[in-house]
Every structure is written in structure tokens, then in C-alpha cells.
Design a protein. Structure first.
Length: 140
């Protein structure tokens, strides 16, 4: 039997201090971009082959992008707009359903993209630029 799961019930949560998290209302989709490592090319005249040599330097934990139904009466969605303007560093959590695990990180709101299309619901896309490490805690 497969261990695959439907992500229904996954939550994006925000916290000012990393202790008490509040769920963002009506999230439709969450994308965590891939983490990457910067590599410096250290190939030199003493290199013993024709292959380039690299040295890992800095790590980048990427971004978190979330699409939400636009809920203008939701305090937390409105707080995210203020977080963007104030450039507030916050704690964030992506909690998978049924205690499957969680991602935690600190991030700035780096983008807010409202969308109003006639045949669809109004949405608000939020981009979080992760600063520092992104930690994964699997369920036990």
C-alpha cells in the first residue's frame, strides 16, 4: 500500500515569536521552492584534471508561496499586508495533515498578489522569502 497522501488539511501558520501560531484562512495551495547551495568555482592552474572544481559557500532556503481565497474580513490575511509594509521578520510553519510533519522557518513577506478574475473566486497570493534555515520535522 502506498504512503502517498492528499494534502487536504495542510495549514500555513504565522507567529510573531515562534511560540504561538495562527492559521492563515482558506489556503488553496502551498509551494516550498527548492533549497540550493551556492558554489564557488575554485578551478586553478594546479587542478589535476580538465574538470571544474567547486566549493560550497552559502545555502539558500528558498521561498514559500501560498495561494489563498481573498477573505477581506480575515484579520491574519490583513496582517500579512501590514507585515509586508513594515518588513517584519516572522516565524512560519507549514503543518502537514494527520501529524505527518512540519516545516518551520523565519521569513519576510516579499510579495502579495491579489487576483480578481470574473469566472473565479478572488485570491491573494503571498510570497515569503525564507531567511536562515528551513527545518523539517517528520512525524514519529
Amino acid at each position: 500500500m502506498s504512503s502517498a497522501f492528499a494534502p487536504r488539511g495542510t495549514q500555513l501558520m504565522r507567529s510573531p515569536d515562534g511560540t504561538s501560531y495562527t492559521k492563515i484562512a482558506e489556503v488553496i495551495k502551498i509551494d516550498l521552492s527548492g533549497m540550493k547551495a551556492d558554489l564557488a568555482d575554485v578551478t586553478n592552474m594546479d587542478s589535476t584534471s580538465s574538470f571544474r572544481e567547486f566549493l560550497p559557500t552559502l545555502l539558500d532556503a528558498g521561498e514559500c508561496k501560498a495561494d489563498c481565497n481573498f477573505i477581506n474580513a480575515d484579520t491574519i490575511q490583513n496582517d500579512i499586508e501590514a507585515d509586508f509594509t513594515a518588513q517584519t521578520l516572522l516565524y512560519w510553519r507549514v503543518q502537514l495533515p494527520n501529524t505527518r510533519g512540519k516545516y518551520e522557518f523565519q521569513a519576510y513577506v516579499s510579495g502579495i498578489d491579489p487576483s480578481f478574475e470574473v469566472p473565479k473566486q478572488a485570491t491573494r497570493a503571498v510570497t515569503l522569502k525564507i531567511t536562515g534555515p528551513r527545518t523539517w520535522t517528520p512525524s514519529v
